[in-house]
Design a protein around this ligand. Structure first.
Ligand SMILES: [Zn+2]
Length: 165
């Protein structure tokens, strides 16, 4: 993939996803029956120009994660990696969301995913009030945006990316 994925978000600006990241995430697709769910954290930069944010990095599955065909549990190890990247980048690269794979063409979130995302919105530390959630399906990557709210966080599908076009 050589073109970045751009999503226009009203009241926020343009979310850009780097082509290299799309390639790397697509490589975890569960194309064979024995491939487990994978996941991790999305890392990006808040921008002052040329868009509102670019997502250009991620953490891959860690040995302490739990991975099954239809199960993925993210361990604490990802937090350490994000902190390391944050320090090395002088505070520019930061935690902006979560990603994981699903063995279906056009992925949909499960009740467990929603619970996990709401938990991330409410309890994790991040800049601003939004987090982005990617599910990597077999043919598409879908992106949901979560907005933190005092009462109930809003989570909406904001874009779909066809892999390999
Ligand atoms: Zn899921």
């Amino acid at each position: 993939m050589d073109k970045e994925w751009r999503i226009e978000i009203p009241g926020f600006g343009i979310l850009r996803v780097a082509p290299k990241l799309l390639d790397e995430l697509a490589s975890f697709r569960q194309l064979k029956n024995n491939q487990p769910e994978s996941g991790g954290v999305l890392i990006g930069k808040h921008l002052n120009s040329g868009g509102a944010m670019v997502i250009d990095n991620f953490t891959p599955p860690q040995p302490t994660d739990k991975q099954g065909r239809c199960l993925y549990f993210r361990s604490e190890a990802h937090n350490k990696l994000v902190n390391q990247v944050w320090k090395e980048s002088g505070g520019h690269s930061t935690y902006v969301g979560l990603w994981h794979t699903h063995p279906e063409l056009r992925p949909n979130h499960s009740p467990t995913d929603l619970k996990d995302w709401r938990n991330a919105l409410g309890k994790s530390r991040y800049e601003g009030n939004r987090l982005f959630f990617f599910i990597i399906g077999l043919s598409h990557i879908c992106c949901w945006m979560g907005e933190k709210n005092l009462f109930k966080s809003k989570i909406n599908l904001i874009g779909e990316y066809e892999i390999g076009n």
